[in-house]
Write a protein that binds this ligand. Structure first.
Ligand code: IPM
Ligand code: MG
Length: 364
């Protein structure tokens, strides 16, 4: 599934660590433990640079993505990122800068145009899925989400002078669509050969360009079967028949929404990792957010972040063995019920975030 970016396995690596907000610092600390365990086992020499992003960075510098943080990312071979978001800003229309702007600036400046979100299930957790066992068992697809275009970045964006009208603009160029669809076609070619292009071409002009562009690319990938699906239908199909999908490619906002939906069919939002790749340093982060209610309580599930570290070894360093070592230890923690409260079975005492992290590191 992984698509190594570099053929050679690098052993001297620099990782920028951006814990961010909420539970970010706690879960990233567990991923760092896993990375250290991999380093010891496979002979890596790792240098970490910690940097601020999000509300943490606003508090310290006024800027949610400070220049020093960008520099640290540019200088690194990979970025390990936690989460961004702080309720202090959410219902405050006065806030001039928002933590999320840091995340968007980071994606744009690092050229991270593709967010890869694999969705797969863990057999021992199927009972936690809100869906019937037979529907989710064996579900395994990947969502390729465009990350630096669409409504998130289109301009103009804002309010009319009287404050009574607001607008966002959805913009996509053919080039942007082509480069993200190319990834979709390539992954489909390496997997089960099925690509679903998700759009709203019955309503949106950008979606019609999206569809036209993808259709023109079909001839370059004769082994990939392509289908086009409206986003509302896709939202339904993910619940009704998740095993229908192999690779899904879609624009920024649709991808944001569909991947949160897809993640819960696996049993917990705390399990799914992601990789953001593009023109500069790649970034690895859990798909969940900063979960402020749990911050500092040592209860958050670190698995999505630890699996993001596995993706880091696979995608950024072409080291499948290191990735597999992490995945194996994660599976063991789930099998042996060394898990946080969100996935602990009834009657089993939940482990803390640090206990799960320690167990996984030890078993790597
Ligand atoms: C995600 C998050 C972000 C997004 C937010 C925090 C801006 O939901 O990574 O999915 O919408 O992209
Ligand atoms: Mg999201």
């Amino acid at each position: 599934m992984a698509r190594p970016q570099k053929e050679r396995i690098m052993k001297d690596i620099k990782i920028a660590v951006l814990p961010g907000d909420g539970i970010g610092p706690e879960i990233v600390a567990q991923a760092v433990k896993a990375v250290d365990a991999v380093a010891a086992k496979f002979g890596y020499n790792i240098t970490y640079t910690h940097a601020l992003v999000g509300a943490a960075a606003i508090d310290a510098t006024g800027n949610p993505y400070p220049d020093e943080t960008h520099q640290a990312c540019m200088d690194a071979d990979a970025v390990l990122f936690g989460a961004i978001g702080d309720p202090r800003f959410d219902n405050n229309p006065e806030a001039k800068v928002r933590p999320e702007q840091g995340l968007l600036a980071m994606r744009k400046k690092l050229g991270l145009y593709a967010n890869l979100r694999p969705v797969n299930t863990f057999d021992s957790l199927l009972h936690r899925s809100p869906l019937r066992y037979d529907l989710v068992e064996g579900a395994d697809f990947i969502c390729v989400r465009e990350l630096t275009g669409g409504l998130y970045f289109g301009r103009p964006q804002g309010r009319s002078e009287d404050g009574n009208t607001a607008y966002d603009t959805c913009v996509y160029s053919r080039e942007e669509i082509e480069r993200i669809c190319r990834l979709g076609f390539e992954y489909a070619g390496k997997r089960r050969g099925k690509l679903t292009v998700v759009d709203k071409a019955n309503v949106l002009a950008t979606s019609r360009l999206w569809r036209e562009t993808a259709k023109a690319m079909e001839k370059d990938y004769p082994n990939v079967e392509v289908e086009y699906m409206f986003v509302d239908n896709a939202a339904m199909k993910i619940i009704q028949q998740p095993k229908h999908f192999d690779v899904m490619v879609t624009e920024n906002m649709f991808g944001d929404i569909l991947t949160d939906e897809a993640s819960v069919i696996t049993g917990s939002l705390g399990l799914l990792p992601s990789a953001s790749i593009g023109t500069g340093t790649s970034l690895f982060e859990p798909i969940h957010g900063s979960y402020p209610q749990a911050a500092g309580k040592n209860i958050a599930n670190p698995i999505a972040t630890i699996l993001s570290a596995a993706m880091m070894f696979e995608y950024a360093f072409a080291d499948m063995e290191a990735g597999a070592a992490i995945r194996k230890a994660v599976n063991l923690s789930i099998e042996q019920n060394v898990v946080t409260e969100d996935i602990a079975p009834e009657g089993v005492k939940p482990s803390t975030t640090t206990e799960v992290g320690d167990f996984i590191a030890k078993n790597i």
